[in-house]
Design a protein around this ligand. Sequence first.
Ligand code: URA
Length: 229
Amino acid sequence: MRIDKYISNCGYASRKDVKKLIKNGVVTINGTVCKKAEQQVDENSEVCVEGNKLVYSEFVYLMLNKPQGYISAVYDKKYPVVTDLVDEEYVHFEVFPVGRLDIDTEGLLILSNDGQFAHEMTSPKKNIYKRYFARLDKPMEEKDIEIFAGGMEFKEFTAKPAKLEITDNPEEVYIEIAEGKFHQVKRMCERVGKRVVYLKRVAIGGLTLDETLKIGQIKELTKEDLEKI
Ligand code: URA
């Protein structure tokens, strides 16, 4: 790959700024000063910029605290999309949402450019539980806990047993589901006669939403964060 792409993938500088760095003679490849942005390198090349040795990363994993009003896609004709919220420094990675949240759902959404990771995360075989906080139009009842725990039949799938936790305010609940089917939480609540008026995803597996992230903000996930999933 070209040296300018390599350096921007490492998050050191944008492609445009890399050209300036090369011009200034501060980029070396295996100890030799690089003269052209078109020069080819691979993952094994030792690349230094301003004396700093770069660590190559092809993939990036981002946590977004998704706001309402955004579609979980990379493009939409009508609405803003979650990738509009990606900071400049990550734009060149061309990330996409891993799974989906409805336009009116907030909370934890992972964005990545790693297709294999996305496939595993969304595979029903992996049984990765997603935890949601929901506010309802009516109080949830104790009897509903068992109904959720028994699994639910829908037209196109059978929901695995889900965990329902009723908080001190019975109109506010936590729900854990194993799948991520279209409007699943809303449909499960409707099944017991309640309408979801607010929904936020708070965890995927053991990875919880960083509550210090403001709505619409993004942070990069580390390997340790990903292991928690
Ligand atoms: N279930 C829903 O109903 N909506 C979401 O956005 C996620 C899960």
